[in-house]
Design a protein around this ligand. Structure first.
Ligand code: HEC
Length: 171
């Protein structure tokens, strides 16, 4: 009886060791680790191939656009914070004025749009539209107490950030 137990135990330990080894030697995981380490130190080495379309912007416009982008991220953070505090009107205002249709003039969208390929323009327009939809849904949440439609609209908005970033870069 005791002996059987010992054999079973030994087998288990053996299996566990094999499993750990297999994990350590999984080439995909290895590459991922390498990629991360390389990115952290050198920025580009061993990074995945960049398939984004490079779009030429005049320098001033490029700097202006990137500053806008940083504000987009800040706006998302402020929106999430407001939602957590159930400050739905505040979340709506931030979205409408910093990301939504009302932000177009603020961002000089007309100046920038002429340099954008069609797909990029479309992602931008969709982002503004979804952000304005979020603003409406957030205001509704204030009345109904149901925040789910607002969260869905926020996800649809950030999906446009993701889509544009996946497809384009500026230089
Ligand atoms: C229409 C396209 C488009 C949309 C939509 C878009 N971005 Fe960007 N964003 C860009 C491009 C292009 C860059 C520059 C990337 C590069 O050249 O490597 C950028 C860069 C950024 C950066 C880096 C800024 C810097 O200083 O380098 C941040 C942060 C950012 N975007 C946040 C966002 C957020 C958050 C959203 C959505 C709310 C968003 N962006 C929506 C195109 C877009």
């Amino acid at each position: 009886m005791k002996r059987t137990l010992r054999i079973v135990l030994a087998a288990c330990i053996g299996l566990a060791a094999t499993y750990t080894q297999a994990q350590q030697h999984d080439p995909a995981m290895h590459m991922r680790h390498q990629g991360q380490a390389a990115k952290a130190t050198t920025g580009t080495m061993a990074a995945p191939k960049d398939t984004r379309q490079a779009v030429k912007f005049p320098k001033v416009l490029r700097e202006h656009t990137l500053a806008n982008m940083r504000d987009h991220l800040l706006a998302l953070q402020e929106i999430q914070e407001a939602l957590a505090k159930q400050e739905y009107d505040k979340a709506a205002d931030i979205a409408e004025h910093r990301l939504g249709m009302s932000s177009l003039a603020l961002h000089g969208a007309h100046d920038v749009a002429q340099y954008m390929p069609k797909g990029m323009q479309e992602a931008g327009t969709a982002m503004h539209r979804h952000a304005s939809r979020f603003a409406v849904a957030a205001k509704d949440a204030g009345a109904t107490g149901d925040v789910k439609p607002a969260l869905a609209a926020l996800a649809a908005t950030t999906a446009q950030c993701v889509a544009c970033h996946a497809g384009f870069r500026v230089y």
